[in-house]
Unconditional design. Structure first.
Length: 403
């Protein structure tokens, strides 16, 4: 909803100016007149810095959006008018951003504006894919079916995202804890033993010398290490803003040992689910590919989808760019080709999405079972080396004492 800057005169003759938020200029004038002031001018303006909403990550949680789609579909199927359904949903949603957006969309729909056009003014709340499908539903008159399909789509996406997060979270936490434990040992425990060894003046094993050297370096230069890590992360993030570098990084991510295959399967599942949801909702295939290209979040896949658009525009096969990229499994390519040959691309995309979503589930379960003991072994080895480096000279000293 836009902001309007106004200048006016109060009933006491005092000049005043301010900013008001309304659906349009006429609504702003009407609201100001209700306050009993004489309007001099009203102009649309930008929101101030304090008024602007700042989103970190997703403005509306995926699960909240799924509930919204489901409830919206039930209300429409029950014969409730769109504006009344929006009013009901606004009152019961728990998300403050979604609540505010629904209130504004409701006001705009009541003035006769199309639902998709009203939602389009809130891109942080309603994804482009969702808006396109709503526009298609308005034209076809199957709003309840489309909303159900969108709820299923976002449920599947949420499940896949959560699976990937669960697979990645455990190793990350273990690595962080390992680094903290090693830093503690090197900075607090090893120096104590080092001082004792120096007092004895005995020749130390090479591994003990190495660990003591690492301890001295970490203790003296920890701030340099910290700055280097922050610097590398910052530089990496800046480099990712360049499309050609982001493309190479996204492409290489599929080749990461253990995790690469999982990331590729999740990306294929998401791409197929997006395409199938859009195409089944009567969104033209070229437009479906264009929207999917914008939301897929992977530059390598974006390039392939761009090639698919160009291939279709030239009357060629949709599957050709996917095959030429060399990034897609034979199963995906074969199923897509069969869908083209039988004229059932939409149904085949649904099957592809379901196949790879199930594959992601199974892969995550297997990955957890495999990686947990490997990580424990890795942590044990690192800590064990440090402990052994400190205990080895002590055993030697003990033997010398006995002799």
């Amino acid at each position: 909803m836009p902001y309007f800057q106004y200048e006016a005169v109060t009933s006491s003759g005092k000049k005043t100016r301010g900013q008001i938020r309304a659906i349009n200029k006429y609504a702003a004038i009407s609201e100001l007149r209700e306050k009993g002031i004489q309007i001099r001018s009203v102009q649309e303006s930008e929101a101030s810095l304090l008024q602007k909403e700042i989103f970190i990550g997703r403005a509306v949680k995926l699960q909240d959006f799924v509930v919204f789609c489901r409830q919206f579909a039930v209300l429409i199927r029950s014969g409730v008018q769109i504006d009344e359904a929006l009013n009901i949903l606004e009152k019961q949603t728990q998300s403050k951003y979604l609540k505010r957006a629904l209130g504004e969309v409701h006001d705009q729909v009541r003035t006769g504006q199309a639902l998709s056009v009203s939602m389009e003014q809130h891109p942080k709340i309603f994804p482009e894919m969702f808006i396109s499908m709503i526009a298609s539903a308005e034209a076809a008159g199957n709003m309840d079916d489309v909303l159900d399909r969108m709820a299923l789509h976002y449920e599947k996406e949420h499940k896949t995202v959560q699976k990937i997060k669960s697979a990645m979270t455990y190793p990350i936490i273990v690595m962080i804890v390992t680094n903290l434990v090693v830093a503690f040992l090197l900075m607090k425990i090893v120096p104590t033993f080092a001082a004792m060894f120096e007092d004895q003046g005995e020749e130390l094993p090479w591994i003990t010398k190495f660990v003591m050297g690492a301890s001295d370096f970490v203790t003296d230069w920890w701030w340099i290490i910290l700055l280097a890590i922050v610097g590398l992360v910052t530089v990496f993030q800046l480099l990712l803003k360049k499309e050609e570098i982001r493309y190479e990084v996204d492409k290489l991510s599929f080749k990461i040992p253990i995790f690469g295959s999982l990331l590729k399967k999740a990306a294929i599942a998401r791409m197929s689910r997006n395409l199938s949801s859009l195409y089944l909702s009567a969104v033209p295939l070229l437009q479906s590919i264009d929207i999917t290209q914008k939301v897929i979040g992977n530059k390598a896949f974006e390039k392939v989808l761009q090639g698919a658009k160009e291939s279709l525009s030239e009357g060629k096969q949709l599957s050709d760019p996917f095959r030429e990229s060399g990034m897609f499994p034979e199963m995906f390519l074969h199923m897509l080709y069969v869908g083209e040959e039988t004229g059932q691309i939409d149904q085949m995309l649904v099957k592809i999405a379901e196949f790879y979503e199930d594959d992601v589930d199974n892969s995550v379960d297997k990955l957890k079972a495999t990686i947990e003991p490997l990580l424990l072994l890795f942590v044990s080895c690192i800590v064990g080396v440090i402990v052994a480096a400190m205990l080895s000279p002590m055993f030697a000293m003990y033997e010398n004492f006995l002799n």
